[in-house]
Write a protein that binds this ligand. Structure first.
Ligand code: PRP
Ligand code: URA
Length: 209
């Protein structure tokens, strides 16, 4: 069964409070999401394997370490996932970025896929699917399926805020996928919004409402 990690780092929790705040405007919202994404990337990469190397310092030769193992791929779910990509790339600049375009039909709440463009070597990469919101879980579930259908083998899911319903769906449908969150909220409302949540992540990031 996939693991669920909720990051309780004080900086993440502090910034998330301002992300949630209805008074936070688009510019500050975008900056805070970027910062939290970077802090989450720091935590998510804690278990990446290292290998020993020698490096010449100005003084002598040091036994040191560099990252080894699989290369990383980031897959934001359009469009709100885009708001977290730059933050993660600040820490993992060599990561390739694929895109999965989905929107949630407001009536059925079912995701509709409209775009998929991925690095050609996704089967060799450790993929991090990125979306600020895991609500019903339909969008993340479809995105993960889209990746697996195209050969992805190692997938993690990174979201700011999740509802229990979304977490349960991913755990059931993709028990191989670990989930990383800044918060696990109480529930969904009748429109499929996370409560207390932060509202519509895409609209707040891009100022479309
Ligand atoms: C939001 C969000 C997720 C999805 C979560 O996207 O960014 O992708 O809803 O909901 P779910 O877990 O119930 O599927 P939205 O459909 O609003 O599209 P947008 O990013 O283009 O605004
Ligand atoms: N999508 C969002 O942007 N917010 C929610 O609360 C649920 C889905």
């Amino acid at each position: 069964m996939g693991n669920v990690f909720v990051f309780d780092h004080p900086l993440i929790q502090h910034k998330l409070t301002y992300i949630r705040d209805v008074k936070t405007g688009t510019k500050e919202f975008r900056e805070l999401v970027d910062e939290v994404a970077m802090l989450m990337a720091f935590e998510i990469t804690r278990d990446l394997p290292l290998q020993d190397v020698e490096v010449n310092t100005p003084v002598t030769t040091a036994n040191a370490k560099v990252l080894s193992g699989k290369k990383i791929g980031l897959v934001p779910i359009l469009r709100a996932g885009l708001g977290m990509v730059d933050g993660v790339r600040k820490l993992i600049p060599a990561a390739k970025v694929g895109h999965v375009g989905l929107y949630r039909d407001p009536k059925t709440l079912k995701p509709v896929e409209y775009y998929v463009k991925l690095p050609s070597d996704i089967h060799e990469r450790e993929l991090i699917v990125i979306d600020p919101m895991l609500a019903t879980g339909g969008s993340a579930n479809d995105a993960i399926e889209a990746l697996k259908k195209r050969g992805a083998k190692h997938i993690r899911l990174m979201c700011l805020v999740a509802a229990p319903e979304g977490v349960e769906l991913i755990k059931k449908e993709h028990p191989d996928v670990d989930i990383y969150l800044a918060a696990l909220d109480e529930r969904l409302d009748e429109h499929g919004y996370i409560v207390p949540g932060l509202g519509d992540a895409g609209d707040r990031l891009f100022g479309t409402k």
